[in-house]
Write a protein that binds this ligand. Structure first.
Ligand code: ZN
Length: 258
């Protein structure tokens, strides 16, 4: 399931391939992918324009099309594919045909994603009460965001109205590497734990973006390789346990995460 690092890479892919060309035609192959916008309106708003810039906020991608923005959310299985010959990928839901003869498809097998248009990303972010993006966040603001929260620290990290972009995998990874148990009440974290958690979360996100950009695997000591009940903890040799926090399957080490 795409989280912040994956969406960042979709944004870079979009930038690398599909900026600056005039959109000759917009084809909606499956209307279920569109949000509130109608098929004809969607095509009309984008046709004849060119995509000029990409902006990511959390797991949302916004692409400037001059007066209107394309908004993409990748759901569980969204993907982008830029190709020359007209042989669209199997699960293409929307295809942009460019003047140069190439195409960009938004694919989504499971249809949990969205492709629509928004007039203004900042208004969208405000309307949907999305918190700040962790990569443009600083520690004092992070402390303020956590200040009045209650409940499990993992739930807080995953709440998109606190910070936008952290999902199940990277919440677990952050807490694992910070030695904090997922169920610890967020208001009981010490000041230095909050600082460490913040720095670790950002480091993980930046590391994963960089690794994936170069098609490399996660570092060996990451929890992500050991998400299995009874697995051996790569940090302390303890045992990885499985539980449910915030409705999501959670892996952690009871020995070194406290
Ligand atoms: Zn451990």
């Amino acid at each position: 399931m795409p989280e912040l690092p994956e969406v960042e890479l979709y944004g870079r892919y979009f930038t690398r391939h599909a900026l600056g060309q005039r959109i000759a035609r917009v084809r909606v192959l499956d209307e279920r992918i569109l949000g509130a916008v109608r098929k004809d309106a969607f095509a009309r708003m984008l046709r004849g324009h060119a995509f000029t810039g990409v902006r990511r906020h959390g797991k949302h991608l916004f692409v400037d099309a001059g007066g209107v923005w394309l908004h993409l959310h990748f759901g569980m299985s969204g993907d982008l594919s830029y190709y020359a010959l007209d042989s669209p990928p199997r699960f293409a839901r929307v295809i942009f045909d460019f003047d140069n003869g190439a195409h960009l498809a938004f694919e989504d097998m499971r249809l949990f994603g969205v492709a629509d248009t928004v007039p203004d990303p900042d208004a969208f972010i405000a309307q949907h009460a999305l918190g700040p993006d962790p990569l443009s966040l600083r520690l004092p603001e992070f402390r303020r965001l956590l200040a009045n929260r209650r409940g499990a620290v993992k739930s807080t990290l995953m709440s998109q109205d606190v910070i936008a972009g952290i999902g199940n995998l990277y919440a677990d990874e952050t807490l694992f590497q910070t030695s904090i148990a997922p169920r610890r009440p967020v208001d009981r974290l010490s000041s230095s734990e909050v600082a460490t958690m913040f720095a670790t979360m950002r480091k993980i996100l930046l590391t994963v973006i960089d690794l994936k950009e170069h098609d490399r695997d996660y570092p060996p000591r990451y929890l992500i390789h050991h998400r299995e009940e009874g697995a051996r903890c790569p940090r302390c040799g303890g045992t990885i346990g499985k539980s449910v926090v915030f409705g999501r399957t959670t892996y952690s080490c009871a020995r070194h995460q406290m």
